[in-house]
Design a binder for this molecule. Structure first.
Ligand code: ZN
Length: 96
């Protein structure tokens, strides 16, 4: 991956994980630049398909099989991820 592209991703992300918004500052591990749609699924090394990811997010994402929304083809971004997290939270009902 070209260094310029890596730098642009970090600049766009403002040195925060683009999935969970964790700041790189204060983290021991260096954040990785992650392919939103994995390369083996045809994802390209472009600014649009790259996201700065903290260690836990890149590990979590690595375990997933799908990189993009099958209906819209839209790439996962921090906003769609936040929406997903919101759905999960609203589903887990408080028991009383
Ligand atoms: Zn993260």
């Amino acid at each position: 991956m070209p260094a310029t592209l890596q730098r642009r991703v970090r600049e766009r992300a403002a040195d925060r994980c683009e999935y969970c918004r964790l700041a790189q500052v204060g983290q021991e591990a260096t954040f990785h630049i992650d392919h939103v749609q994995p390369r083996h699924e045809g994802g390209m090394t472009t600014l649009e398909n790259l996201a700065l990811a903290c260690v836990s997010c890149s590990l979590r994402k690595g375990a997933r099989t799908h990189g993009s929304d099958p209906t819209t083809g839209a790439l996962r971004t921090s906003s769609t991820r936040a929406g997903l997290a919101g759905k999960i939270t609203s589903k887990s009902r408080t028991s009383f």
